[in-house]
Design a protein around this ligand. Structure first.
Ligand code: C6P
Length: 386
């Protein structure tokens, strides 16, 4: 069966160029980069090159990049690693629409004595900057908000958030897992102290991520041990995946402008096609400030899970929210926070595209989706069908 993969915010296909670049490090160049001998030591320069490629994509210095195993590890390292340096629990600010890899870290710290503010969002999924300003107090140690939302694609005004936080003299971390590779991200222009990215969202493999840490930002390692990553993250380096992440970042940087316009064209075609062929549909999230690849739509009076199952039977892969909370019958915390009515919240679907999607993928989805929605509405308990 043909697979139409429209779930790229969950994970992406490994780029063939990335696969190719990783292969020597799985087959012949498998030495330990920390070894004294030439066989191992020769590998180190490839890690250095990858660090430069990651740094270049986000406008950082290579020595500000720490390789980790994933976005979740980077988020944990940033938040716990910075706060570990403080003597007693203070105050953290985040938003209520973060990925669990931030929200549950903050809530865990809250259970251990930290005061926690979860900034609310409006109907477009945007935070109120005045609420941010007034939440910052002397006790605040850190602010952490995402750059772009994984479920709706909503982009936070991260430069303004960063300026507010930095003008109060506080530390700012951003979870940019969904932004890096899809949008221009430049830490030279936006004064973030730490930034999280994850390889498998930009066509590198699962199991590799990075944390940007601005020079001078104090950070206690989450994983203690050897001296790898300048003592900030112990463990023998995952050389093939680090090389793969470097190449993925290089590809994203070189093709970004073209990809942004092509992805938004296909996404808009999907959006317009759905709006014109299905009644009682709403687009969730700020349409003006949104990732070019993401569309979150609510189909009133039908269950999202039922739509996904029927799409799946046709080989169309989408999701109702983040992959790590799928299976839950409750609407996602992101959709609920935006105040979307119950009858629509239950029928929300995330479509997320990548450079490997084609016009045919969108046409095929648009041919099949309206029929699915019509069928489900005919048996919907929320509609009194004759
Ligand atoms: N979101 C989704 O379906 P990992 O998987 O650990 O590399 O990254 C976690 C993560 C952190 N922050 C954001 C904003 C994310 O979107 C993700 C992963 C996927 O939305 C899988 S749950």
């Amino acid at each position: 069966m043909k697979v139409v993969y429209l779930d790229n915010n969950a994970t992406t296909q490994i780029a063939p160029e990335v696969n190719e670049a990783m292969r020597p490090f799985l087959e012949t160049l498998w030495g330990n980069p920390s070894s004294m001998h030439t066989f191992g030591g020769q590998v180190k320069k490839y890690i250095d090159r990858a660090r430069e490629q990651v740094a270049e994509l986000i406008g950082a210095h290579p020595d500000e990049i720490i390789f980790t195993s994933c976005g979740s590890e980077s988020n944990n390292t940033a938040i716990k690693g910075y706060l570990a340096a403080t003597d007693e629990p203070g105050h953290i600010i985040t938003s209520c629409v973060e990925h669990p890899a931030v929200l549950s870290v903050c809530r865990h710290l809250h259970q251990h004595g930290w005061e926690l503010t979860e900034l609310r969002v409006d109907g477009r999924g945007q935070i109120d900057l005045d609420e941010l300003r007034s939440s910052i107090s002397e006790k605040t140690a850190m602010v952490t908000t995402m750059w772009a939302n994984n479920e709706t694609g909503v982009i936070f005004p991260i430069d303004r958030i960063a300026q507010i936080v930095k003008s109060s003299g506080k530390i700012f971390h951003t979870d940019a897992v969904q932004a890096v590779g899809k949008l221009p991200v430049d830490v030279g222009k936006v004064p973030v102290d730490m930034l999280t990215l994850s390889g498998h969202k930009l066509h590198a493999p699962k199991g590799i991520g990075a944390l940007y840490v601005r020079r001078g930002t104090p950070l206690t390692p989450l994983i203690h041990g050897g001296h790898q990553e300048r003592g900030k993250r112990a463990g023998t380096e995952n050389v093939p995946y680090i090389v793969g992440l470097g190449v993925a970042c290089d590809l994203a940087r070189r093709h970004m402008q073209k990809e942004i316009s092509e992805l938004s064209r296909l996404r808009d075609k999907l959006e317009q096609g759905i709006l014109s062929s299905c009644p009682d549909v709403r687009v969730n999230g700020d349409r003006k400030h949104r990732l070019p690849n993401t569309l979150n739509v609510s189909f009133e009076f039908v269950e999202g899970e039922a739509i996904l199952l029927l799409l799946n039977e046709l080989g169309i892969c989408a999701s109702s929210g983040s992959a790590c909370t799928s299976g839950s019958l409750e609407p996602s915390h992101v959709i609920r926070a935006m105040g979307i009515p119950f009858t629509a919240a239950h029928g929300s679907i995330r479509f997320s595209l990548s450079r490997y999607n084609t016009e045919q993928d969108i046409d095929y989805t648009l041919q099949r989706l309206p029929g699915i929605i019509k069928r489900l509405r005919e048996i919907s308990p929320y509609i009194s069908n004759p």
